[in-house]
Design a binder for this molecule. Structure first.
Ligand code: C2O
Ligand code: CU
Ligand code: CU
Length: 489
């Protein structure tokens, strides 16, 4: 009898462990549901310009219409569009200055920037938020900065943060998930003297390549709609196909040498575990908010929704025409084809950029944020988003420690992963459950994944005044109210 109880107890622990583990795994598009576009087995035999594959689209750099060197002016139009992701099938989309996604806004530290954002979306309010940018609450583009159809909003700000790959996307209350899913997102790149001086690839579109990775749930006919079913309300909308820069299963010709990729997980809810299918390692050189101190060698890069990473991949040992595949776990979604005729001899830097480490002893306050609830009840600290309520008051210029823990769905199915994000500042992760963060998280972060039952401590200085959001970046959770507001003054 005693033995049986021990065995049963053991079994319960094992099953619990497996459930927990399964839930800690990124929730991914399943290869079996992938669109019938290409059989992954005979990759080796394919030629690069295989009819079924398209070259990777490279979003254009948006023109700066201000001639003076230290000022920039940009024009963005949010609009409806249509796209043919699968041959012969049109899907209604939204895009900035085009049908899907948007151009890259490239700025420099110290530059004064004005952006004219016009809303031409049929009968739908939008906002445009500069994710990761340190600007005042008024210019941040959160839910309070609604732009009605036909209106233009013109925030102006000065870029005052290190070189980084940031991004922009809409943030209307309750409708962010749908607008992003339809295609509203783009990269916002900041350059500075350090990014200029590093001997790393920096020719945009040639050896410095943006990869906006997003999953979509295509229906049988190859169209997609934003329709939420039960599991989507629980876990956020997860797809059955992965797009890169809006293209399914693309390929990119790469230089024989070192290539730089600026990766954004632009998915509504999915966490990616990125790998090269041949097991080759690569080097992460930047996190959300800028360069790491030194490159970090990885074979697997976990990126939650809204997180960015810049990586360097060395293709110098391949023959002309050889193919390397980028995969999410073992699900391949894009190919690099080595072009032996274009070579470069960049080398991996030993150090990248100094980081000013914030010191816990300088923190004036420790604040706690607890992810709670499931499905329509998701909340932070027991409260759902209310546009008229400020949840936290921060003194301008202060350094604080934010302790974020994930206790949602405790005791049920192991819970859900929630990526935490706050506007208007960049954090440094102090620890995860008391342990130092992995080396590739030892840098500036504006978003970080918090696993079920985990506690993450992060430190930030609040240098920008105004009202800002903090929320879960699973957009269906954010829209359901897993968001709060803090006022810095
Ligand atoms: Cu990516 Cu509240 O933002
Ligand atoms: Cu943001
Ligand atoms: Cu969440």
């Amino acid at each position: 009898m005693k033995k049986l109880i021990v065995v049963l107890a053991g079994l319960v622990v094992v099953v619990w462990g497996v459930l927990l583990f399964m839930n800690r795994q990124p929730q991914l598009p399943k290869p079996a549901d992938q669109m019938p576009i290409e059989e992954p087995d005979d990759r080796e035999a394919e030629i690069p310009d295989d009819e079924n594959k398209s070259t990777l689209p490279i979003p254009p750099i948006l023109e700066d219409t201000d001639p003076s060197p230290d000022r920039a002016e940009f024009h963005i139009i949010a609009q409806n569009g249509t796209m043919e992701f699968v041959p012969g099938v049109q899907t209604d989309t939204m895009g900035y200055n085009g049908d899907y996604l948007g151009p890259v806004i490239r700025t420099r530290r110290g530059e004064e920037v004005a952006v004219n954002v016009e809303n031409r979306i049929d009968g739908e309010m939008t906002t445009i938020h500069w994710h990761g940018l340190e600007v005042s609450g008024e210019d941040d583009g959160g839910p309070h900065s609604g732009i009605q159809t036909g209106e233009t909003w013109t925030p102006e700000f000065t870029i005052d943060q290190p070189a980084a790959t940031l991004w922009y996307h809409p943030h209307p209350e309750g409708n962010t998930g749908r607008q992003v899913y339809k295609g509203l997102a783009g990269l916002f790149i900041v350059e500075d003297e350090i990014s200029d001086s590093l001997n790393i690839p920096k020719e945009y579109g040639v050896n410095d390549i943006p990869l906006v990775i997003q999953d979509k749930r295509f229906r049988e006919d190859g169209s997609f709609e934003y329709i939420l079913a039960g599991p989507d309300i629980m876990f956020g909308l997860q797809g059955n196909a992965i797009l890169v820069n809006g293209e399914t299963d693309p390929y990119l010709n790469v230089e024989k040498g070192l290539m730089r990729f600026r990766i954004l997980n632009g998915s509504n809810a999915s966490i990616f575990d990125l790998r090269l299918d041949n097991g080759q390692s690569f080097y992460q050189i930047a996190t959300d908010g800028g360069f790491l101190e030194e490159p970090v060698e990885l074979r697997s890069l976990i990126l939650g929704p809204s997180e960015r990473a810049e990586i360097l991949v060395d293709f110098s040992d391949y023959e002309d025409g050889e193919r390397v595949t980028l995969a999410h776990q073992d699900f391949s979604f894009m190919d690099f084809v080595v072009d032996g005729s274009s070579t470069n001899d960049y080398s991996l830097p030993t150090s990248l950029a100094p980081i000013e480490w914030l010191r816990p002893e300088d923190a004036t306050l420790t604040r706690e944020f607890v992810f709670l609830g499931m499905g329509p009840n998701v909340n932070i600290n027991g409260k759902q988003f209310d546009m008229d309520r400020i949840d936290e008051f921060v003194s301008l210029g202060d350094t604080e420690i934010w302790v974020v823990s994930n206790q949602s769905g405790m005791g049920m199915m192991g819970g859900t992963v929630h990526p935490f994000h706050a506007h208007g500042t960049q954090f440094q992760i102090l620890d995860r459950d008391g342990n130092p963060p992995p080396a590739n998280e030892a840098g500036w972060k504006d978003s970080f994944v918090v696993y079920p039952d985990e506690t993450v401590r992060a430190i930030a200085r609040f240098k920008q005044p105004g009202v800002f959001m903090y929320h879960c970046h699973i957009l269906e959770h954010e829209d359901a109210g897993m968001m709060g507001q803090f006022l810095v003054e």
